[in-house]
Every structure is written in C-alpha cells, then in structure tokens.
Write a protein that binds this ligand. Structure first.
Ligand SMILES: Nc1ncnc2c1ncn2[C@@H]1O[C@H](COP(=O)(O)OP(=O)(O)OP(=O)(O)O)[C@@H](O)[C@H]1O
Ligand SMILES: [Mg+2]
Length: 459
C-alpha cells in the first residue's frame, strides 16, 4: 500500500514541487490550499504523513495541529515554516509535530525528515501492536484454575500487579506455571510498556551471569571489547525475571542481595553507581530452606526475596483442575492440529484425575498434545492418555545401542544428547545434567566444549 500524504500549503509552487518529489517516491498525494480544507480532510480521511504550512490564509497551522492532535496522536506532522518564525516551530513541536523544516527548504534535508518521521511512526505502531498482543496473550485468564487455592493465589497476583512491590518470589514445583505467572504479573502491571527480561541463573557460568545481570565496562575482562549494559539497566522501568534463583552461585547471591537492598549496582569493572527501577521476580522450584541448611543459599537473601511470596500449588493439590485444564489443552491442540475432537471421555478424565502429575501443568499439557495426535475419533479416550515417562531407554539399553554399519560421529552424538537434555529440561542445566547422569560442572564443561551455552533471552 502506498503512503498517503496530505500537503496543506497555500503557495502553489511549493505544493507543486512537493507533489513532484513525493510522487517520484510512489506516495499518494492529496493537496489542500486553505486551512479549513486541510482540517476537513484530516477529520475525514486517514493519512500516513501530513506536511503542514504554518502560515495559511484562513487559520494557522498551529491551530490545525492542536485540533488534530486531540483526536490523533500518531500520524506524523511536519511543519513548514519560514526562517523568521522559528519560535513557532518550537511551539509546533510542543503541540506534537514530529519536526519542522524551514522554508525555502532544501529538498534532501526535507526528505530525510520525512523518512525519519515515517520510520519512527512505523516502529511506534509496531511496538504498540506487539505490546497489545503480549497483554492479550498474558491476560489473567491465561492462568486456568478454579480450585480455591488457585483463586486465592490469583487474588495475590492481582494485588501484586496493582502494587509498587519491587520484589516478588514465586515458589512452586517444576511445571506449575512460574514462568507464566511472571509474565502475567509484568503484562498486567504499570510496567507493561517497559521491558520484561528473563534469565535462567543456572544456564550460564558465574562470570557470564554476573556480566549479563550487571553489564560490564570496556576492558573489564579479556573479551570485553566494548561496554555492555546488563539486564538490570536494560529493563529499567520494567521487570527482570530471575529464574532458578535457588541455583545462583554464592558470590552472585551476595551481589544480588546488595542490589535488592540498595537498588544500585556497578557494572563489572566499573566504578559508577547506577540506580535503576526494576521489579525483580525471582523463581525457584528448589526447596530453598533445605538449600540454606546445606549452605548453598544465603538466608539473608531469602529474607529479602520473601517480601511478597507466591506459593504455587502442585497440580495434584488442585482438586478437579486437571480435568478443566485437560479439556482446554485438548481444545487448543485440536484447533492447532486441525483435528475434529469434540470431547474427552469420562474414563479419560478419570485417568487424569487419578494421576499424581509430578511434572505438573507442563506434563499435563504434553500428555494432552500427545493424546490429540494419537486420537483416531472425535473423542479422547482413556488409551489416548499416555502417562509416565515415555520411551526413555534404560541405562542398560544405551550401552547396547547398535552402531550403524556406516559408523557414526561420536561428537555429533554427544552434542545431540546435550541439546536434547537441555530441551527436555527447559534449559535447566541441573535437571539436564541429571538426565544424563552427570554433575552440573561436568555437564557445563561439555556444553562449553560444543559452544552450547545459551544466549540471553530478552523480550
Ligand atoms: N494455570 C495454568 N493455566 C494454563 N496453563 C498453564 C498453567 N500453569 C502452567 N501452564 C502452562 O504449563 C507450561 C509450564 O509452565 P511454566 O513454564 O510456567 O512452568 P514453571 O513453573 O516455570 O516450570 P519450571 O520450574 O520447570 O521452569 C507452560 O506451557 C504454561 O503456559
Ligand atoms: Mg520455568
């Protein structure tokens, strides 16, 4: 679709020269000679850009702009003004003009301003669209649960969203929805327009984690060729989600504690104290009290994190919720895979309600996905619900794994297994290491060997 420009200008020569240029660029040009005509067009038509003369025979460009901005905050308006009236141009900017160009204008300068205006507006609209999408995607109704424990929990979540609480601690077993809740909290709070950044504290080495969180100055360490801002700085005004905080290395726990207490920090290798306003949402599926007993977690940090604590109940404690969740997941996957599935049989629901769900909602969701794929009719039957660990070979089988006649690349095999373990554990290195029966250090060493250390995720 071509760009639609309105030119409001009484001097016909200027209108003519602008039209020439814009039409060369493929724009759709509409002209107005008088101010009233321009106002009329603005009131009834949509434009992508408005070129507005300051001095018109009937009204001033500023008047037009003022009225227009009461209805439309988006469409870029570029004022055209004589050199002698620069103070009016300043006024125009205050009223929401994108910029002004002095007359007589240099065409290339004007076109650069036009370019910038269109690009800025496009980006602004895109960001707004994206935000609307996220806010919709992470509305409160995304969190499904009718059980009283879930209702109570959601009351607390809603309270947190409205509050100015800057620290929130989410506790719950794997797959209970910590990640989901962190996003719901962000996108339903005043912070929604600002960034949501997340980082998994176990996924990277201690030194890297520190520089990811706090940033670093140029030359702080060998690879630090330029200054880099950390998540706390990038998320200013928004939220930082510290996942698996229970596995954070000890030295960093002390630094996080200092940050939580003072809300200031220094970049690695830096001396300047930087102050930011971020909400920290920390999460863990670890028994943090036991970790304190073992000396793996600082009690003063727990005390700091515990300002608002949300304990997410395990799925098996949520009464009939697994059934409701299953019906919704089945419906979602059926739509996604274009399968005509209308219901879940009573026997299947019985099986779901009798199971313990060690992997909580994530496991239930996976089971439903598989059920929809397996289902041959339009009802999910008991046998479509496959529970327990699916198809994990026992250690004895692994040793007997046949080597293909043409041989195999051992490095590729190892790399593939590491990647699978990371994917299966949702990026949690401790769990991934467990899957492969090795220590976290060994696992991390191998990840580094294959350059598989995950990059920062931010959104
Ligand atoms: N109450 C809920 N309603 C709907 N979907 C949910 C709910 N709880 C969790 N889910 C979904 O279940 C999956 C797992 O949730 P999530 O990743 O938030 O768990 P988690 O607590 O962060 O797990 P882990 O400790 O393993 O990181 C996601 O797909 C999430 O959208
Ligand atoms: Mg998670």
């Amino acid at each position: 679709m071509s760009i639609r420009v309105l030119i409001v200008e009484d001097e016909s020569l200027i209108r003519w020269s602008l039209r020439q240029k814009f039409e060369q660029l493929g724009f759709d040009v509409i002209e107005a000679e008088r101010g009233s005509e321009g106002s009329d067009l603005l009131a009834h038509k949509q434009f992508d850009l408005v070129m507005l003369d300051h001095k018109l025979p009937d009204v001033t460009g500023l008047d037009i702009l003022r009225t227009f901005r009461q209805r439309d905050h988006d469409t870029p308006v570029i004022m055209m003004t004589a050199y002698s009236r620069i103070e009016d141009a300043v006024e125009a900017i205050k009223l929401g003009a994108f910029d002004y160009v002095p007359k007589p204008f240099q065409m290339d300068l004007l076109l650069r301003t036009v370019d910038k205006a269109l690009e800025t507006t496009r980006l602004r609209r895109e960001v707004r669209e994206l935000r609307r999408h996220m806010e919709h995607q992470y509305g409160f109704d995304r969190v499904i649960g009718d059980h009283s424990s879930m209702k109570q929990m959601m009351d607390v979540v809603k309270g947190v969203c409205m509050s100015s609480a800057t620290t929130v601690f989410l506790r719950g077993d794997t797959g209970t929805g910590k990640d989901l809740l962190a996003r719901v909290i962000h996108y339903n709070s005043e912070r929604a327009p600002r960034p949501f950044m997340n980082i998994t504290c176990t996924a990277i080495s201690e030194a890297l984690l520190e520089s990811e969180l706090f940033g670093h100055e140029r030359g702080a360490f060998t690879d630090a060729r330029t200054q880099k801002k950390g998540l706390f700085e990038l998320a200013d005004g928004g939220t930082v989600f510290l996942d698996e905080v229970g596995d954070m290395p000890g030295a960093l726990q002390a630094k996080l504690l200092r940050f939580l207490e003072e809300r200031t920090f220094r970049r690695v290798g830096g001396t300047e104290e930087i102050h930011v306003n971020v909400r920290i949402i920390a999460a863990t599926n670890r028994d943090i009290e036991a970790a304190i007993q073992e000396g793996a977690f600082r009690s003063d940090l727990l005390f700091r994190l515990n300002v608002v604590t949300i304990d997410i109940p395990a799925l098996h404690q949520r009464g009939e919720d697994p059934a409701a969740l299953a019906r919704i997941f089945v419906h979602q996957f059926a739509t996604e895979f274009r399968k005509d599935i209308t219901s879940v049989s009573d026997a299947a629901i019985g099986k779901i309600l009798n199971y313990g769900w060690p992997g909580n909602v994530r496991e239930l969701r996976n089971v439903c996905e598989r059920a929809v794929l397996l289902c041959k009719s339009n009802v999910i039957e008991e046998e479509d619900i496959v529970l327990g660990n699916m198809g994990v070979p026992q250690p004895a089988d692994v040793g007997n794994m046949p080597i293909p006649a043409e041989g195999l690349d051992f490095d590729q095999l190892e790399k593939g297994l590491l990647e699978q373990a990371m994917a299966q554990s949702g990026g949690n290195q401790t769990k991934a290491a467990k899957l492969l029966n090795m220590s976290r250090d060994t696992f991390r060493y191998r990840l580094e060997k294959f350059d598989l250390i995950p990059k920062r995720r931010g959104d």
